[in-house]
Design a protein. Sequence first.
Length: 311
Amino acid sequence: MPIDVLQLTPLIAAGDEDLHRNYSVCRWYDLPDRERWLDEHNASIRAVITAGHLGISNEMFRRLPSLGLVAIAGVGYEKVDLDAARERGIRVTNTPDVLTNDVADLAVGLMIATMRQIAAADRYVRDGRWIAGEMDLAARVSGRRYGIVGFGRIGQAVARRLEGFGGSIAYTSRTKKQSPHAFHSTVIDLARESDVLIVTVAAGPATRHLVGRAVLDALGPTGFLINVARGSIIDETELIAALQDRRLAAAGLDVYADEPRVPPALSALPNVTLTPHIGSATVDARLAMARLMLANLDAFYAGHPLPTPVV
Ligand code: NAP
């Protein structure tokens, strides 16, 4: 059987087993000579499996003449050229909803960890520094003004969690939602009215560096920034400068401009909490994502309607 599925990213073990049991798949990331493999097999590939932050390059797009489906195990699709896909009749699917709660949990966890210095406190105890005295005091989390940038599935799930925190919640998005929370049409207005800014907006050319110097200054020296969306949305150079100069109190980041590389200047800062893009990294979410991705693959091969199409 010719190999007709190209897998650019590993799945959780149970999903990987199902995929390899039912399809003729090549694991791209294990190939010793990718160029040669592509020259030999490019014509037979009908489906590519990828992750949101990986997508598929336009070059690979061009080199797969029989491609009919790009199945993303993830929500973001900013790294897939949707116009090129439409032109060639290539379908694109993602896995929304099944990871929403996990990413929202992490956003709130990062917010608490950052404001209460939980990671630093852990290091404090492990390093034996407690004997010498108590840590510096942290900032209160509850009762604050929370601003959510992007009010889609994840942004709204963050809001639902924050409703228990006794503060006020406001948001920005392209469109005003049916929501009891205050809508701001610009991120800078939202930042001015917030103590904590939580970024959950979709990535793309329109939101690149949406959070730059002006927004960071509007958030100010007592403000906190949390990003669980994509690194491209924040101007990382400006963020590092603001944190160094204490023009911003602290940041909690799950995503970065050039993952998995994190600028040493960022890692060196005491006022950041850093996680390695783990928003959806729970067994439960990864299993559900693999299953939904496989459901899209099955539907594509069976000629049935795709469960969660992007294009
Ligand atoms: P979603 O439901 O599509 O929500 C996206 C939000 O972004 C919507 O509020 C949308 O506004 C807004 N938006 C899109 N384009 C915009 C633009 N040009 N200007 C301003 N706002 C814009 O997506 P989701 O499921 O909540 O996921 C959000 C993002 O989280 C994903 O795109 C992904 O990058 C990221 N993510 C990260 C992780 C992680 O591991 N850290 C995991 C999953 C997802 P409207 O509502 O007005 O359309």
